[in-house]
Design a protein around this ligand. Structure first.
Ligand SMILES: [Zn+2]
Length: 700
């Protein structure tokens, strides 16, 4: 999936000390070439050894010393120690002495958290985390732990409820009238700041009491560890680009699935558990806590959410005007360097090209929250900042969010209701991606707190490598908002899903989409969609083979359709109507069709024998002059067709009533809305290129 605003992008660089290779001085260029030759000819020397030596080369010496075989073997044996020395390899650490350090419990405090106890060098394992929380639950009447579900390896996924009113059921929590924040940590379990920040905050809200006022106006639901199995794939080699903790968990779950790509297809028990929690507990705000890699910059914490061009414009306005400025001020006050946007540069090594701001699709938490009208924020601390700084930044963000919720929940709930009541006649299914070759001529600029860098030749990559100097640099760079719709769909009155696709019906239920289930067969007038040119991805993605279809290759057909008992009617006139459209419109990159849930309809199961088709084709040509003309024209124009006997016969077969009329016909029917009929209105804006098809061709 081609996403632009998710965590862990490819490495990016910024700064002002750019030196293209052509600008290197002559000696440096010579050195560069010699090193490249060394690399090519001395293949018995391991890359590891060369990397270490090259970085120590004296620029005044024309050749780097070669490694002897014994030295190479020694280096290989010492490889485990390089994990310990990772901090020295990472770009320079920025000095930081933020006031939020006062939040850290002193040594000897009976409620010190495991991370604090370890001076933030280590984060606790699953068992130690759960044990610490269970001790807190025993000590505080305001804390209660509930299991949300089990992981594939059988671990319990816990949610901790912090409620001053001891409201530990969804009904009791709603009855408090207070707004509720649901914060989850460790969806990517190597990015675990939220777990240790959450433990500190739960402690301060209750037994330590330093933040207990926050619970007077709001409730907190904390999932300290969502990817519990990934977390227990614990090692010092899980996060190569990250400055601590010393050991951490793995990004994906035990089946190697990325939980933050599973929000629409719901393959994993972990995401099914959190979606069930969203349905049951109905939080007013949902925060998903991560750590991002990428370029070096000054910011230690960034956050993002879908803006007003998404599915929840009223919520986006509240986040823009209320929550985000408050979080920014609170973090800055405590000495953090916050940015209320996610950092995606247009060009990795040229920050002057600007950064982009885009909208997330529903397969990730922020896009999913947007389409189901739950205010949802992605928090990303910066992997190059030390662990204690990141944990404290996350703590401050959660604290500020709880404060803001407590003070402004009436306006937020009004915004949520407005978005849930909205029924747009045309629904955006995806947004246009960045087209680097056609950037707008003039763009608004905004300050950017970067880190200076230099580019030097690399014998490893054969090009240049970036070296971050650690010196802060203040830039002013263009900001590109990516918010123009790409695929769109007209809102039907309802969708009809046949009982023959139970895995799709089951997933709609898991999402909480309301539907009517037929107890006896019913005939309905529906619009069925014929897929003219579906394209299959070349490689699997998250356990699926994606199928892409562009709007222009979907042909609507009206027919009377009989639905068997067990089939469902999914009305779009419901709070989750937008979500139903995103899941069921085949042109949506978040649809079940795109994820390959309907691969069966793409295969042909009946064929005509040549000796049968020949006489039928002759009769068709004789009786239909227009068809004969069309055939003649195709023979002239299409070389491949002309030279393929099977294709020529098949061309006639597809035009007979014997041909399978269900082939490539999308099984889900659209029940038309008489108030929103198909008109001459353009269904989708014109496209420069077919992104869906190209996504599949890229092997997404
Ligand atoms: Zn992440």
């Amino acid at each position: 999936m081609n996403l632009t605003s998710v965590d862990n992008p490819s490495p990016k660089a910024l700064g002002h000390s750019l030196k293209p290779p052509s600008m290197f001085c002559k000696e440096q260029r010579t050195q560069f070439v010699l090193r490249a030759i060394d690399q090519a000819h001395e293949d018995r020397e391991l890359m590891l050894g060369r990397m270490v030596l090259l970085s120590r080369c004296n620029p005044n010496v024309s050749r780097c010393p070669s490694l002897s075989l014994p030295l190479t073997l020694l280096l290989l044996m010492l490889w485990p120690l390089f994990g310990l020395a990772q901090d020295a390899i990472l770009p320079p650490e920025q000095p930081w002495n933020g006031a939020s350090q006062a939040l850290i419990a002193p040594a000897g405090d009976p409620w010190i958290t495991p991370a604090e106890q370890a001076d933030f060098r280590r984060t606790p394992r699953y068992d130690a985390t759960v044990a610490w929380l269970q001790r807190l639950e025993l000590a505080s009447a305001q804390i209660h732990m509930v299991p949300l579900g089990q992981s594939p390896e059988g671990r319990e996924i816990w949610m901790v409820i912090a409620s001053q009113d001891q409201a530990f059921t969804p009904e009791a929590l709603r009855a408090t009238g207070k707004p509720t924040l649901l914060a989850q940590a460790g969806i990517h379990s190597g990015e675990i700041d939220g777990k240790d920040a959450g433990l500190m905050l739960l402690r301060d809200l209750t037994v330590r009491g330093t933040q207990k006022k926050l619970l007077e106006q709001a409730n907190l639901l904390l999932v300290p560890l969502l990817n519990v199995d990934g977390h227990e794939r614990f090692s010092r080699y899980a996060r190569i680009n990250q400055r601590g903790p010393e050991e951490s968990g793995w990004r994906t779950n035990a089946r190697n699935l990325n939980l933050n790509r599973d929000y629409t297809k719901l393959d994993t028990p972990e995401i099914r558990a959190i979606v069930h929690a969203l349905n049951m507990w109905q939080p007013d705000l949902y925060v998903d806590m991560h750590v991002t890699d990428g370029a070096d910059y000054q910011y230690d914490i960034t956050w993002t959410y879908n803006g007003p061009q998404g599915h929840s414009p009223s919520i986006a306005k509240w986040l823009d005007q209320v929550l985000s400025p408050a979080a920014f001020a609170a973090l800055q006050h405590e000495g953090h360097i916050p940015a209320p946007f996610y950092i995606t540069l247009v060009e990795d090594l040229n920050p002057n090209k600007g950064r982009t701001q885009s909208l997330d699709l529903a397969l990730v938490s922020t896009g999913y929250g947007d389409v189901r009208h739950v205010p949802t924020i992605l928090v990303e601390t910066h992997s190059l900042k030390p662990y204690h700084q990141r944990v404290l930044g996350t703590y401050m963000f959660l604290k500020s969010a709880l404060e803001t919720l407590g003070q402004g929940s009436r306006e937020l709930r009004q915004a949520i209701q407005e978005d849930r009541d909205r029924r747009p006649a045309t629904q955006t299914l995806s947004w246009k991606q960045l087209d680097k070759d056609h950037l707008p001529p003039s763009l608004p600029k905004a300050p950017f707190q970067g880190i200076e860098y230099e580019l030097v030749p690399s014998a490893i990559s054969g090009t240049v490598r970036v070296i971050w100097t650690g010196r802060p640099v203040e830039l002013h760079i263009p900001v590109i908002q990516l918010q123009d719709p790409e695929a769109q769909a007209r809102r039907p009155k309802a969708y009809w899903v046949p009982s023959t696709w139970p895995e799709v019906i089951e997933r709609l239920r898991w999402h909480g989409v309301a539907m009517e289930t037929l107890t006896e067969a019913r005939e309905v007038e529906v619009e069925r969609l014929k897929m003219q040119k579906p394209v299959l991805a070349r490689k699997p993605h998250e356990g699926h083979i994606a199928v892409c279809i562009a709007d222009k290759d979907i042909e609507p057909r009206h027919r009377r359709q009989k639905y068997a008992p067990g089939s469902v009617r999914v009305p779009t006139d419901q709070a989750l109507g937008d979500l139903a459209m995103v899941l069921l419109e085949p042109a949506s990159p978040d649809s079940f069709f795109h994820w390959g849930f309907f691969l069966e309809i793409l295969q042909r199961t009946e064929y005509a024998e040549d000796y049968v088709m020949e006489p039928i084709a002759e009769k068709m040509l004789a009786s239909n002059p227009q068809l004969a003309e069309e055939f003649k024209h195709k023979l002239l124009e299409d070389n491949a067709f002309r030279s393929d006997p099977k294709e020529r016969l098949d061309w006639f077969y597809t035009k007979t009533p014997y041909f399978d009329d269900q082939w490539q016909l999308y099984p889900v029917g659209r029940e038309e809305d008489p108030n929103n009929p198909r008109t001459d209105r353009v269904e989708s804006p014109p496209k420069d290129k077919d992104r869906h098809t190209s996504t599949c061709q890229d092997g997404d």
